[in-house]
Design a protein around this ligand. Structure first.
Ligand code: FES
Ligand code: FES
Length: 284
């Protein structure tokens, strides 16, 4: 009987071992493997090397970075990933919500991260971070952009308006007021992006920009119907599904046409009764 036909103790590093511990290699295969091992690292050595590489890759990279920096070799340090912030720093001068800002940023930082992390303007939300949801919409020189797909250096010399900059003091922007009036949100996460997008979209319509559903792209779109608003706002996703109220809010700002409300605030005596408070002579 050939050697490989004999049962033997299972060794996971033995090239002859199968998953169940049985010998799998035929004699000629084992011979070939043995010859290969003569001219290179053994399987045992190869596996040991691979595990060391897998477990130690970050430590090795960090050590390389430290050595390069200690030697003052910035180019090498950059290639191993160190000091990336310093090496890619650019100055960005931008007007944000009316205030001039000069930021020193890694050239790869997005406008979204610059607003949130550097300027603490956290009203602008990070949803998908890849241009799919619209939660990060802001206005750059009055036009709506996705700040997650815009690098901060791209807005150098421009004017950025975020949700924090739409109100004038205590007076809300008409779109903000309409969103409250129509209850155009539920969790509110998409709302800053929806409102900034709506503000930009209404300006686009005023300029005469056509949309996919504009019947005659050669003519100014004129008054926007609800389909136009839905299409033009289709880049802003609301996972709560507040779309009907969002459209109603935007429609009122656009046309002045008030949509029928299916709800109302509880106010005055009714609110007091609701709270179990006394109303006039009446004790509730
Ligand atoms: Fe920018 Fe979703 S976070 S589009
Ligand atoms: Fe919740 Fe739009 S209100 S995602």
């Amino acid at each position: 009987m050939a050697e490989t036909d004999q049962p033997h103790e299972f060794d996971p590093l033995d090239p002859r071992a199968g998953m169940g511990g049985e010998a799998r290699m035929l004699e000629d295969e084992a011979e070939l493997f043995a010859q290969l091992a003569d001219h290179g690292p053994s399987r045992r050595e190869f596996l040991a090397l691979m595990s060391a590489a897998g477990m130690g890759i970050f430590a090795i990279q960090a050590a390389a970075e430290r050595e390069a920096l200690a030697a003052g070799d910035l180019e090498q340090a950059a290639s191993s990933g160190a000091a990336a912030t310093d090496l890619n720093a650019v100055a960005v001068s931008v007007r944000v919500n009316g205030a001039q800002q000069t930021l020193t940023l890694d050239s790869r930082v997005t406008l979204l991260d610059a607003l949130r992390e550097k300027l603490a303007l956290t009203g602008t939300k990070k949803g998908c971070d890849q241009g799919q949801c619209g939660a990060c919409t802001v206005l750059v020189d009055g036009r709506r952009v996705l700040s997650c797909l815009t690098l901060a250096p791209q807005v150098d010399g421009k004017s950025v308006t975020t949700i924090e900059g739409l109100a004038k003091g205590d007076v809300l922007h008409p779109v903000q007021a309409a969103f409250i009036k129509y209850d155009g949100f539920q969790c509110g996460y998409c709302t800053p992006g929806q409102i900034c997008s709506a503000v930009g979209m209404l300006e686009e319509a005023k300029r005469g920009d056509a949309s996919y559903v504009t019947p005659d792209v050669g003519a100014a779109p004129g008054a926007l119907d609800d389909d136009e608003i839905r299409e033009r706002m289709s880049g802003n996703i609301c996972r709560c599904g507040a779309y009907p109220k969002i459209v109603a809010a935007i429609q009122e700002v656009h046309s002045g046409r008030e949509s029928a409300r299916t709800w109302r605030y509880v106010e005055g005596d009714e609110l007091a009764r609701f709270r179990g408070e006394e109303v006039g002579d009446e004790t509730v």
